[in-house]
Design a protein around this ligand. Structure first.
Ligand code: ZN
Length: 109
């Protein structure tokens, strides 16, 4: 059985000690760092979001440019079909109302 007198003496010794101050400086510093970290992460997230939007816009632009290429190719092909020469041998351009060499009128429609 424990010696109650000894136990009480030990508790009195513990209770008579000066209370410790909580490490407020450390806590304040930690809270400041946490706040700074949170702000920097929010800033980084915003930049990342903007960057992703830019990447998406750039990808959209590239897709649109790719979509134009076949139409361009078709335009070149169809334009080539309209290129022909006047009976006098001079080349005729689309919409040209008269042959530049012999003056023969060209009916386009
Ligand atoms: Zn001609």
């Amino acid at each position: 059985m424990a010696d109650m007198g000894k136990v009480i003496k030990e508790w009195e010794s513990v209770l008579s000690r000066d209370p410790l101050d909580a490490p407020w400086d450390l806590i304040d510093e930690t809270l400041t760092l946490l706040k700074e970290h949170e702000e920097k992460m929010e800033h980084l997230n915003n930049i990342t979001l903007e960057y992703e939007k830019e990447v998406f816009r750039l990808q959209t632009l590239l897709k649109e440019r790719e979509a134009v290429e076949p139409v361009k190719k078709d335009m070149v092909e169809i334009t080539a079909r309209y290129e022909y020469d006047c009976p006098c041998g001079a080349p005729l351009l689309i919409g040209q109302p008269y042959c530049a060499d012999c003056g023969r009128p060209v009916k386009w429609v």
